[in-house]
Design a protein around this ligand. Sequence first.
Ligand SMILES: [Zn+2]
Length: 65
Amino acid sequence: MAEPTQAQSAADSPTAYGWCAWHDNFARGVRLIGVHEQSSGSGGGVFACRTCREVYDLVPLADQP
Ligand SMILES: [Zn+2]
């Protein structure tokens, strides 16, 4: 079952499955975008899926200078 995709490069795509903090749901291919520093509650890393990274122009932490 092929999904309609917009020119995806298969090269750089770790297929991690996790929570996308941008569209508030689980997704495949999430990348760590940043770390929330919270004194209480669920602090930690925030992840975004590929679609949200493209829509919101997010750069994964590992890809930042
Ligand atoms: Zn998303």
